[in-house]
Design a protein around this ligand. Structure first.
Ligand code: AGP
Length: 628
């Protein structure tokens, strides 16, 4: 997730662009850049800097050193290509005929780059965005279009680019021979236009409201496959057929702080709601569809060949906190599908237990930040022992990503809230892909099962959406739970892994003591803690274990527990036992974690809110634990 901004009007653009980008840094902050030009000059000045926006501000004297009333800017959260000045946006074609800033992911950028190379184009960055910029250039400079007006040529080139690329984008575009004009286009990534008046007279583009709010409250929301053309005086919007369309102007009533959270009260709730998009962005680029409609998983980015995967004899899943819980869940998925033995390791324990490591073991280090000290140390230990390492991380260029032999990025975008939600969900998604791929190349699942599993994966985002569409009952129940002193989460198999994450979410943001327990283990001692009114959350998404979990719930109910049941639609028998039930859509039981965790995230969130706590910054915690 990145932030884009643009301005064309009566004022100097650079300071406005930088101010707008500063309000979008929550969308990404590993590098930034601007492209600015004068109204009557074909010269476009591009300035880019690695690191936080302040570096770019220092380079440009807060924008005062870059002259021009028309420009675009970008603050980056790297997905393709390390954070660097070279990979920072804007990206442009030769002589800056086309200059582009982009938020989103061009999934077929490699195919496009290959096609353009055959046309003689040369690439200078590792980014997917440069492919879009040079593709635009190739269309815009086609001889057959030279008789068209500049605007017709621009709209035609943008339309053709939108048809050719696959993925998500919000684009800000400058054409070298069109001074004083900004184009924009959108598919699946947010994009708004700002209408500035008075001393600010002009127009803006932005990824999100905060970037324009101090200049205007009049905005136009661009919909998918629409193109905008902005000058100081005019704003035009077109559909994919290049027909001009009318768009209503909305009045923003949010304050700036609320706008950064997209209207949500906390980043955590915003990030819970970003999970469908984040999971889709993590899955889709890695699932290829052949002409005959069959799908396959492409993990070529990991440099793990099919032979490598067939040679793996054991998999270590290593992480801390929620990343460890991902490993607890994925062990069931990987072992069930591929029959490769897995071990799940707490990084802080692993690094000191002098583990016995075989050569053909694969160590998977899971980490949102990619900077967790214990996880980094575990990675280094594996490498010292000659074990191949694969990092599953969310921050491009992070220490774990750089030091691992291979990396699978989770494209969740920046996660601001200390309690992880979307990063956790994308880690699950990334490792589902590894599990299915591993099973397919080892022949432990047949083609039909592989296709069915891939279909179920692609259906997950929409099912998460459905859960998010029905939150009110959870909020009601959370207010009843807020006074709890002890809460148990119990489940069997994958449901135990889900319980671990649900319990941690509750503890870390509501400060209520909680334990997750393998449901079958409770009676071996801990059940002595269950007394009248103790809250027990029973997770029962696994069909073959459903009856057993329900009987464990009966055991605790007979000791006075108050029961919250979490299961899939259709398992209505649970209502004979529990006091309150939440259902999630059906999916392959192996992927149930991705759905069942959402109500537990929401439950923890609402309880924390009911207690008036700081949801995004819980006491004693940090977003990345870079110390032992
Ligand atoms: C989860 O909500 C916590 N913030 C914490 O357990 C976190 O998962 C753990 O510290 C690991 O962080 P990492 O994924 O950045 O390595």
């Amino acid at each position: 997730m990145c932030g884009i901004v643009g301005y064309v009007g009566v004022r100097q653009a650079a300071p406005i662009l930088l101010e707008g980008l500063s309000k979008l840094e929550y969308r990404g902050y590993d590098s930034a850049g601007i492209a600015v030009r004068d109204e009557n000059s074909e010269h476009v000045e591009v300035v880019k800097a690695k690191g936080r926006l302040r570096n770019l501000m220092q380079m440009t004297d807060s924008g005062n050193a870059v002259r021009g009333c028309c420009g675009i800017g970008h603050t980056r959260w790297a997905t393709h290509g390390e954070p660097s000045a070279v990979n920072a946006h804007p990206h442009y074609s030769k002589e800056k005929r086309v200059v582009v800033v982009h938020n989103g992911i061009i999934e077929n950028y490699q195919d496009i780059k290959d096609m353009l190379r055959r046309k003689g184009y040369v690439f200078s960055t590792q980014t997917d965005t440069e492919a879009a910029a040079l593709l635009l250039d190739s269309y815009y400079t086609e001889p057959g279009r030279s008789s068209l007006s500049p605007r017709e040529r621009a709209l035609g080139a943008i339309r053709d680019m939108m048809i050719r690329v696959r993925g998500s984008y919000a684009l800000g575009i400058l054409f070298g021979d069109q001074p004083g004009v900004i184009y924009a286009a959108r598919k699946d990534s947010p994009l708004i236009l700002g209408c500035c008046e008075g001393e600010m007279e002009g127009h803006m583009i932005a990824s999100d409201v905060p970037a324009v709010l101090q200049y205007t409250r009049k905005v136009v929301y661009i919909d998918n496959l629409e193109i905008a053309c902005l000058t100081r005086e005019e704003m035009h919007v077109y559909n994919i057929d290049c027909e001009e369309i009318e768009k209503p102007v909305a009045e923003i009533r949010w304050d700036a702080a609320a706008a950064e959270k997209d209207g949500y009260e906390h980043f955590m709730m915003k990030e819970i709601h970003e999970q469908p998009r984040a999971v889709r962005d993590t899955l889709s680029p890695r699932i290829k569809e052949a002409e005959d409609g069959t799908r396959s998983i492409d993990l070529s980015e990991t440099s793990l060949t099919d032979d490598d995967l067939r040679a793996v004899s054991r998999i270590l899943l290593i992480g801390c906190g929620s990343a460890y819980h991902v490993g607890m869940a994925e062990r069931y998925v990987i072992e069930k599908l591929s029959r490769v033995p897995c071990e799940v390791e707490l990084a802080s324990e692993f690094r000191y237990r002098d583990p016995i490591l075989a050569q053909n073991c694969l160590a998977v280090i899971v980490s949102q930040s990619g900077e967790t000290a214990d996880s980094l140390a575990a990675l280094r230990l594996c490498k010292e022992r000659g074990v191949r390492t694969l990092a599953v991380v969310n921050v491009v260029g992070s220490s774990i990503a750089r030091e691992a032999d291979a990396v699978m990025y989770t494209w969740a975008g920046p996660e601001i809230s200390v309690a992880t939600t979307k990063a956790y969900s994308t880690q699950l998604a990334a490792l589902y892909l590894l599990a299915v791929k591993l099973a397919a190349v080892r022949g432990s699942i047949d083609a039909a099962r592989e296709q069915a599993l891939i279909g179920e994966l692609l259906a997950l985002p929409e099912k998460i959406e459905r859960i998010l569409g029905d939150k009110e009952r959870l909020q009601w129940f959370a207010n009843k739970m807020a006074a709890s002193k002890d809460v148990f989460f119990i489940g069997r198999g994958l449901d135990y892994a889900i319980s671990l994450e649900g319990s941690l979410k509750l503890k870390e943001i509501s400060y209520i003591h909680s334990e997750a327990y393998a449901a079958g283990e409770l009676k071996h001692g801990t059940i002595s803690l269950v007394e009248e009114g103790v809250m027990v959350v029973g997770v029962a998404t696994q069909p073959e274990l459903f009856e057993k979990v329900v009987s464990n719930l009966v055991e605790v109910r007979s000791r006075g527990a108050y029961l919250f049941g979490l299961t899939t639609y259709g398992q209505y028998a649970i209502e004979d036992t529990v006091n309150f039930t939440v259902y999630v859509p059906r999916t392959d039981p192996l992927f149930a974690t991705s759905l069942a965790v959402v109500p537990l995230q929401l439950l923890a969130y609402y309880i924390s809110c009911a207690k008036g706590l700081d949801v995004d910054k819980p006491r004693n915690l940090a977003k990345s634990v870079t110390v032992e």
